[in-house]
Design a binder for this molecule. Sequence first.
Ligand code: TXA
Ligand code: MG
Length: 331
Amino acid sequence: RSYDCGVTVSTSDIDKAVGVLRAGGLVAIPTETVYGLGANAEDPAAVARIFRAKGRPPSHPLIVHIAGAELLDDWVQDVPATARLLAEHFWPGPLTLVLRRGRRVPLEATGGLETVAVRVPDHPVALELLSTFGGGVTAPSANRFGSVSPTTADHVRAELGDAVDFVLDGGSCTVGVESTIVDATADVPTILRPGGVTRESLEALLGGPLTAPSTSRVRVPGQHPSHYAPRARVVLVEPEKVVAEAERAQEAGHQAGVLAPAPVADAQVKAHAVVAVPASMTAYAHGLYGFLRELDQQGCDLIVASLPAEGGLGLAIANRLRRAAGPRHTI
Ligand code: TXA
Ligand code: MG
């Protein structure tokens, strides 16, 4: 079957993916944000396999993916009116709502929390899989713990190899950064992670300012300072200092990569590799993780980057770059 996005997936691929989920296996699923590593949300043993495959601590909660907003009450309880409004307006789409856990969701999927994160992905292949499967698919991004999220099926294969039973190839993810996570348990929601749905569009719908995400402390498990990180160390500098910093790094013996807007990247910068980031934030978000992977592949051991302005999708991009530059974790 062909989809509007130009992707062709056969019915037998969907059936195969459903078979793997029913048998307790792991399927990589395409979404509009990044690829997810999916398992049957109601199968604790399958959920446990996700953590092993990713090398992720089991205390880190996962997102349950469902086929439509009308199914929300099957998975959560006590949905405030604001959460209902957000679900109806933004789903399918890159918005994840944290709500009170319904009985169907095992504690293995929530890292022991009494809340659960839920979303309806806006990708025709994911939606077809979810409706054919008929249950919830719990899925973190399909990368090794702490590293760059995959936005193509090839990225998934390179990251996880045999740890995933089947990769459903739905092409390249359009949005390119993860969903916006909103704690919607209270009447005034809080953004826990900026992402594909902008803060501005949430505030426009709700008619008031939202609580800002805290960058200063670990709010929930899975929000460590270092995340989304390429192999190369990432250093963030002001745009006007990118050229000098890259040259300094080269002279100090590094293989320096540069990730900066076109005017900076096009200058005669002495670096091992240069990626000029698009001026459009939509295009930048779409390409971000691929750019980081590319600089790794070119052999860079250090990436000098500047942050975009933090409006619209720029907020999510800046958040991921800050985390990529954060102190690396030791598990
Ligand atoms: O776009 C996305 O959100 C992708 C695609 C595959 O849907 N998924 C994704 O999952 O980014 P993951 O596991 O890499 O990040 C989900 C984050 C967790 O790290 C955690 O911080 C937060 O969601 N989360 C999950 N359940 C939560 C809960 N009950 N309370 C607070 N935060 C939660
Ligand atoms: Mg992730």
